[in-house]
Ligand binder design. Structure first.
Ligand SMILES: CCCCCCCCCCCCCC(=O)SCCNC(=O)CCNC(=O)[C@H](O)C(C)(C)COP(=O)(O)OP(=O)(O)OC[C@H]1O[C@@H](n2cnc3c(N)ncnc32)[C@H](O)[C@@H]1OP(=O)(O)O
Length: 554
């Protein structure tokens, strides 16, 4: 999901609105005609922004009820992250908490208020926020997932009894030959993304309707060049660019995509479909269209003999195989403050914040240079060995390394930046790193309309193979400092990273602030034990929990 630096003040403001606001948005009753007549996406954006102001997220309300994020945090930027409840939870809060998150009721069934408060105090805030229990028995109510409970995904309460592997056997003969029925007034289409106009239609749909942060302040704005890169990776299939059009106007109102990826989970390597860019026009929300899109991309995957899926999301579904946390490193702190992305800590000043995030003007790693085509084999080899250290990783071939890491000169906008370190004496490539550009639209801000974010992508370093990883932390810190300097040079406002790969080694020392967003990883039709996401039970970054997630999703 969209994440921003966790802000204690926002939660307090949200709390003031809790009392008189309903948590449920009014069900959208608009017809196909309404969607067809809505041509102005700016109107949608403004509407989304103001709706969000009226209806603060359930998560923000829960955080407020828990008193999370109120403590002062020295010069540290983020204090909104989960913390120990300690003695904050009074019995009076329990009712409010249960009302907001009914799935917690199972935790305290039959207890009086004091006992219930005691029990809830023992839970992690992160689990309270997601409705998951730490007791092992998950209390998230499977029955409330009308669609997901029918799918071959692990249940919340499922203990890992069996060996890793497929949940359900798929008989290719029994896979339906046709898509499921579509809502009246709409029809299935396969998008032809070789056609610039159709690519632009997908871009327009996502720009107006794709993922927003909890408070609807920012919305991902993937560029057309980005979509072209992400959706046409080696082995891409036209059939996996699935759209829904309004029959009369031909307007594109929904989209879902798949790209093939060879995945290793623990010791098993299998083909899977990486599903992304699921998006439904705001006027067609809550009509159970998402399950139909998911069923269709699943069918199209089965048809081609791929029976596993990989996907990520900011929301909790049955059942994450791992969860990582977003971290954000300010490059232009003032702009981030002005758009509401970063808070001003109460014990700091704007001038001090700007100074805090100042970076040197040039890089310092000897032998650092842009990656070129001639480096592909060396990077393929280094990255392959580096990723062997993680539990869930993509298995890239040469063509994929070239596609994902080399900047395509013919693209209208640069999407990916990759650098290698060539040892000045041996000319061996000893390290590489990359980041990609993903802008976000700022919704309803007078001064700025976008935030230009660099996202840390793949990297690798020979120092990872030293005995006991000696020197890895120092080397990663040096490389990532250079990545920040380069991103600043290319006018990025913020540098984002998750707690995956070896990132926990440098996030805090390089002044990344904890975000308010999580990224949950899911596998479809595949069972495996939970994989560490680089955070501890309190959702704090934890270097000892590296080694799990090594796949970076766009
Ligand atoms: C073998 C190969 C397999 C391939 C398939 C692998 C699976 C791929 C899975 C997809 C991976 C996508 C990866 C990405 O792209 S993650 C990005 C998702 N996109 C957005 O957040 C963009 C903005 N939001 C929207 O466009 C809509 O709100 C969406 C489309 C998200 C839902 O539309 P809407 O709000 O109008 O809801 P509904 O009434 O139609 O449907 C409600 C049902 O849909 C379930 N739902 C809601 N959000 C998600 C979600 N992000 N992943 C999976 N399921 C989701 C929800 O729990 C409920 O089911 P259940 O709770 O009753 O059970």
């Amino acid at each position: 999901m969209e994440s921003k630096v966790a802000d204690p003040k926002a939660d307090e403001e949200a709390a003031k609105e809790v009392a008189d606001q309903s948590t449920n948005g009014a069900a959208d009753q608009d017809s196909a005609e309404d969607v067809e007549s809505t041509d102005n996406k700016d109107t949608d954006a403004v509407a989304a922004g103001s709706a969000a102001k009226k209806k603060k997220s359930k998560k923000a309300k829960l955080k407020q009820a828990l008193g999370v994020g109120k403590k002062e945090n020295g010069d540290k930027e983020a204090s909104g992250g989960p913390s120990n409840l300690g003695s904050k939870l009074t019995s009076g809060m329990v009712e409010q908490l249960l009302e907001m998150n009914p799935s917690l009721k199972g935790e305290v069934a039959g207890m009086d208020k004091e006992k219930a408060a005691e029990t809830l105090k023992k839970l992690d805030v992160a689990d309270l926020l997601t409705g998951m229990s730490v007791s092992g028995k998950n209390q998230k109510d499977m029955a409330s997932y009308k669609f997901w409970q029918t799918q071959p995904v692990p249940r919340f309460d499922e203990a890992q009894k069996e060996e890793d592997g497929q949940i359900k056997d798929i008989d290719p003969e029994k896979v339906p030959k046709e898509p499921p029925p579509m809502l009246e007034g709409f029809e299935w289409v396969t998008m032809n993304l070789l056609n610039d106009e159709e690519l632009e239609e997908v871009y327009d749909l996502l720009t107006g309707h794709y993922v927003e942060d909890d408070e609807a302040m920012f919305r991902f704005n993937y560029s057309s060049s980005f979509l072209n890169w992400a959706l046409k990776s080696p082995g891409w299939r036209k059939e996996w660019h699935v759209g829904v059009r309004a029959t009369k106007s031909r307007r594109l109102v929904a989209f879902i995509s798949g790209t093939p990826v060879s995945l290793r989970v623990r010791s098993n390597v299998f083909k899977s479909t990486e599903v992304n860019f699921l998006c439904i026009h705001k006027k067609l929300r809550s009509k159970r269209l998402a399950p139909v899109l998911i069923q269709e991309i699943t069918r199209r995957s089965y048809v081609l003999g791929i029976f596993q899926g990989l996907y990520t999301g900011g929301i909790v579904l049955p059942k994450p195989v791992s969860s990582c946390r977003y971290f954000h490193r300010s490059l232009d702190w003032l702009k981030l403050y002005e758009v509401g992305f970063s808070p001003l800590p109460s014990n700091s000043t704007k001038a001090r914040q700007i100074t805090r995030y100042h970076l040197p003007s040039s890089t310092s790693t000897p032998g650092l240079r842009s990656m070129q085509k001639k480096d592909v084999d060396a990077v393929l080899d280094l990255l392959g060995r580096f990723l062997e250290r993680f539990t869930m990783v993509p298995v890239f071939d040469r063509e994929e390394v070239e596609h994902w890491l080399l900047h395509d000169d013919s693209a209208a906008e640069q999407v990916v930046w990759s650098y290698v370190v060539e040892d000045p004496s041996t000319h061996v490539i000893t390290d590489f790193f990359s980041f990609y550009c993903l802008e976000s639209s700022v919704i309803g801000n007078q001064k700025h309309d976008n935030v230009r974010a660099a996202y840390l992508f793949y990297y690798a370093t020979e120092t990872a193979f030293a005995n006991e990883e000696k020197g890895l932390k120092e080397r990663m810190t040096m490389l990532m400092t250079d990545a920040l300097i380069l991103a600043k040079k290319f006018n990025f406002d913020v540098f984002n990273a998750l707690t995956l790969l070896d990132n926990p080694l440098f996030l805090e020392s390089l002044k990344f602030g904890a975000g308010d967003g999580q990224l949950h990883y899911y596998l479809y039709n595949y069972r495996t034990a939970p994989i560490s996401g680089g955070v501890d039970a309190k959702n704090n970054v934890d270097a000892s929990r590296r080694g799990g997630i090594g796949v970076v999703m766009l």
